[in-house]
Design a protein around this ligand. Structure first.
Ligand code: BTN
Length: 264
């Protein structure tokens, strides 16, 4: 079981420490965070669970959430952001999560556009950002930033098709409590700059993005296209060059990357 007191001792009087909620097993920390956000809990509330029975990923996928083996983390934020300016949130979170993982383990993952953290060409962590818009104000009411990190899994804990890795498999024995505290600190720094400071974060995202400079397959509305990823645009979209030399920006959908997703 995750030790809340230990997390708080790593946090040393952090402004978000008093909002921390730690659970044994929940269906999904993101679902719980959304319910709590709708009830009005403050910005900076962090929900952690030792295990999830229905961990959710992007594009309706599930997220493998074995009890005691991973960090299952959701943060509620209430930024003053219009909904059309949400695309850069997940890239900024990805950079903050890479920073936190590096601080806790000494290993720095890269990012597969837009929300997967990759170590040794395998998936180490995933990010699921969800939002609710207040149609009266035209602003975001709340954001739920969900992060799942594989910590102590053995290779046999993952079905091979997941192409997953844990920090333990990569040689790092970490404390989940310290990792949680580093995540809270790094996400706090990110949240301070969420509305006005995205440029520097997106520069760092581009530097950490393993997708840039590779051939990618893009799956959009059931249609598959092949392209070359050339960069990240000012909102966090993936800039690609198609085979007919035209350029485009991918803002959502699925992008698979040669090598990382095991396609040749
Ligand atoms: C993905 O791989 O597409 C994103 C995975 C996000 C998983 C985390 S675990 C904590 C939080 N609760 C969830 O149900 N999902 C996120």
């Amino acid at each position: 079981m995750l030790n809340k007191e230990l997390i708080l001792s790593h946090l040393q009087e952090h402004p978000w420490g008093s909002f921390l909620q730690v659970f044994d097993t929940v269906e999904s920390t993101n679902s719980l965070a959304r319910a709590l956000a709708a009830e009005g809990v403050p910005s900076g509330t962090v929900i952690l669970a030792d295990g999830q029975t229905g961990g959710r990923g992007r594009l309706g996928r599930s997220f493998d959430s074995q009890k005691g083996k991973g960090l299952y983390f959701s943060l509620i934020l209430r930024p003053e952001l219009p909904p059309d300016r949400l695309l850069h949130v997940t890239p900024m979170v990805a950079v903050a999560a890479c920073d936190a993982i590096e601080k806790a383990s000494g290993l720095r993952p890269g990012v597969k556009w837009i929300n997967d953290l990759i170590l040794r060409e395998r998936k180490l962590a995933g990010i699921l950002t969800e939002s609710s818009v207040n149609f009266e104000t035209g602003f975001v009411d709340y954001l739920v930033i969900g992060i799942g990190i594989n910590c102590s899994h053995e290779p046999e804990d993952f079905p091979p098709e997941l192409n997953a890795i844990s920090l333990h498999m990569a040689g790092a024995e970490i404390s989940r409590e310290q990792l949680a505290a580093e995540l809270i600190r790094c996400l706090w720094e990110m949240a301070e700059e969420l509305v006005s400071g995205k440029e520097a974060w997106l520069r760092r995202y581009a530097e950490n993005c393993l997708t840039v400079g590779r051939r990618v397959k893009i799956l959009l509305n059931g249609q598959e296209t092949s392209a070359f990823a050339t960069g990240i645009d000012p909102d966090g979209g993936l800039v690609v060059r198609y085979d007919d030399h035209s350029e485009g920006v991918i803002s959502f959908g699925e992008v698979s990357v040669r090598g990382i997703d095991g396609y040749i």
